[in-house]
Write a protein that binds this ligand. Structure first.
Ligand code: G4F
Length: 329
């Protein structure tokens, strides 16, 4: 019989890549979809039509129990969250409810679903490098002290420790992937990488004249989302649940990203196109993230395949095609 997976946050970048990955492995894939007439659900149905959508909300425990009863999953991937860090200062309560307490709701629903037989389901929690925040060591690894800098980061820490607590208290096979930033052409345009690649494409086609950003000195360890979903799956194939950092081990600044993206359309000096605004600076930013994925490499055999330059190229090329279709053709 085909194995069955339930994914929350299935309409997001990672949810779509993970769905495609699991379907290719022969899984039956179920996705929790929030809200009425959700446009992202329509996009998911177009892009990954074999995902079976189930209505539900991480803030509604009864809907999670219903989703588990319908999907009868062997594996649950909890990717659902309010994931835009800047938004979390404006909406800290809902961020805590979804990104933090939503994890507890899903863990508790899984515990009920197992009915005491903990081998019935394996659980993956999408933890984040944002938990390292004001990083206490470089590079960051599984043992690095967590010092979150945003309501989003604090909420992720809650979910991370809840996952560990369910593993230790109830013996659940619950793993947590501490994923560093991971991008793709499916990334939302509110995140800095896609904001840049889309603007670069539009500037090169003459449909945009400038790009306004915040902190250009922030450094991130950027990888490709398609590589990272495989690590999620590998964690659930291990005999024991555990926590793993998933990262490339290479860090770049937002300026480096601008260099690479503009260079791809033949612009060496981007200074006349890029402005900065104090309104886009965060109350407390994360200055530098750099991950050490040695544990994932040695225990899971995972390693990233797409390097930074190829990632930027992939995103710019996608946006050139998309913007060309929208504005020029
Ligand atoms: O692209 P970002 O918004 O990603 P951020 O905040 O690092 O968070 C992402 O990665 C986390 C993993 O560490 C995830 F947990 C989280 O859900 C999300 O996927 O911003 C990256 C950096 C920041 O330092 C920000 O201040 O870029 C800087 N930045 C500069 N100008 C900007 C902008 N970020 C955005 N979004 N928009 C700007 O105009």
């Amino acid at each position: 019989m085909a194995r069955r997976a339930l994914i929350t946050g299935v309409t997001g970048q990672d949810g779509m890549y993970l769905s495609e990955f699991l379907l290719a492995q022969g899984y039956d894939v179920f996705g929790l979809v929030r809200g009425q007439n959700n446009p992202k659900a329509t996009l998911l149905a177009e892009e990954v039509p074999d995902v079976r959508q189930i209505a539900g909300d991480l803030m509604d425990p009864s809907s999670l129990q219903r989703a588990l009863a319908l999907a009868e999953p062997d594996e649950v991937y909890n990717l659902g969250a309010i994931s835009y860090v800047a938004y979390s200062w404006e909406n800290p309560h809902v961020t805590a409810d979804v990104t933090g307490k939503g994890v507890l709701n899903m863990l508790a629903a899984c515990l009920t679903y197992t009915g005491g037989d903990h081998s019935r389901v394996r659980f993956y929690q999408a933890s984040s490098s944002e938990m390292f925040g004001k990083a206490q060591e470089i590079p960051q690894r599984e043992s690095t002290l967590l010092w979150p800098r945003s309501p989003y980061g604090v909420s992720k820490v809650f979910g991370h420790y809840m996952t560990i607590n369910y593993r230790e208290s109830y013996g659940m096979h619950a793993s947590s992937g501490i994923l560093f930033n991971h991008e793709s052409p499916r990334r939302g345009p509110e995140f800095v990488t896609r904001k840049i690649t889309r603007a670069v494409a539009r500037i090169s086609l003459g449909v945009q004249s400038e790009l306004t950003l915040g902190n250009l000195d922030a450094q991130r360890d950027w990888g490709y989302a398609g590589d990272y979903v495989e690590a999620m799956w590998l964690m659930l194939q291990q005999p024991e649940a555990d926590d793993y950092v998933i990262a490339t081990g290479v860090s770049h600044s937002v300026r480096d990203f601008l260099d690479a993206a503009f260079a791809h359309v033949g612009i060496a000096d981007w200074s006349r196109y890029v402005r900065t605004s104090p309104h886009l600076m965060r109350p407390a930013d994360v200055d530098r993230l750099l991950g050490d994925a040695t544990k994932a490499r040695t225990h899971l055999g995972w390693r990233p395949r797409v390097p930074f330059e190829d990632l930027v190229r992939m995103m710019v090329e996608h946006d050139l095609k998309e913007q060309w279709t929208l504005h020029v053709r």
